[in-house]
Design a protein around this ligand. Sequence first.
Ligand code: SF4
Length: 397
Amino acid sequence: MRFTFRQIESFPGVTQADWQSWAWQFRNGLSTHEQFGRYFRLTESESEAFKRNPGFQIRSTPYYAMLASRDDVKDPVRRMIVPTALELRRDGQQVSDPLGERKHSPTERIVHRYPDRVLFLVTDQCSLYCRYCLRKHFTGQDQAFVGSKDYEKALAYIRAAPGVREVILSGGDPLTLGDGRIERVLSDLRAIEHVEIIRVGSRMPVVCPMRITDDLVAIFKKHKPVYFMTHFNHPAELSADAALALEKLVDKGVPVYNQMVLLNGINNHAAIVQALSRRLLYLRVKPYYMFQCDPSEGSEHFRTPVEESLQIQRELWGRLSGLAMPNLSLDIPGGGGKVGMVPDFETSNTVEARSYEGWDGVKGVYSAPEGASALPADLDTYLEEWNQIVQQPYGRG
Ligand code: SF4
């Protein structure tokens, strides 16, 4: 980890060992107007947001604040952590629970929207509160780790739902919990036979890469398959420290995916998405989703029009390796689930043929195949074996 004069100057008394400790980073987060004012030269708009309280916690790790510009209000990292008066607006489409998670919550801390997977919100705490967060109705209320009664109820719900094959640990940021708690949650989930895949969603590699310790990675490895979903939005976040954290995970066999959010004035340009995606892929992290920003309260100024996002994706289509291409998606407000969006390359279609114009203007026709379907007439018998496999949990050998 790098340790620079700027760090020593900004956080008097800090030692290199402190800086490298995620617990120190967590304990010494910037959260008040005064603390931010000591580190950033705040504008009137930023100070107004602190004074009038935007209704969503403000917090950054010292590490992440150090990636931001002290003076430049257009700096992308700064815009993700320092609130402005724009957050106080309540015009446009702003709702407290844009994904309709409350109505899909059968028990505290569980969101069950899709048949085969559930979200388990193990904590509401984050080490940094992203100003555009989609879950402001839950995140940052200082409830921390789920209480023991709700925890048991959440496990009981998953146990009683054999169709659930995947559990996504989210929050808040699950990695604000200590290793002991993470170990316990993963062991409890692994004891449920039908849970095959565990996903951990965390922004820690971005905002506090020192959290990715050897001990933590060993826990993930022990409870494999654990998929790690992280959340880089801008290439400026991919520091040498972040790259080391990602390498630690991938080297130990933990697959890592990235979910980015398109944010107005921060990363809504094809060149920025391309730079981020190529660097992530080089680090063996698969760019997975590129989300439209959800219309949570105080996020109106971060949203980009869908047409603009589609245009970004069209520009990237031929220029970015398919491996590096994130899927452009949005969550239907009110809880309709995700929809994928791709640029429309089709110029006409009939039953016999469909015509296309590719990313660089080359045209072509795809004709319907001659002949009938080759699937056997007794389709039910033919598929029986596969249907049985789909129904059975893999179990663990
Ligand atoms: S890390 Fe995730 S949950 Fe936490 S504030 Fe950022 S977007 Fe919201």
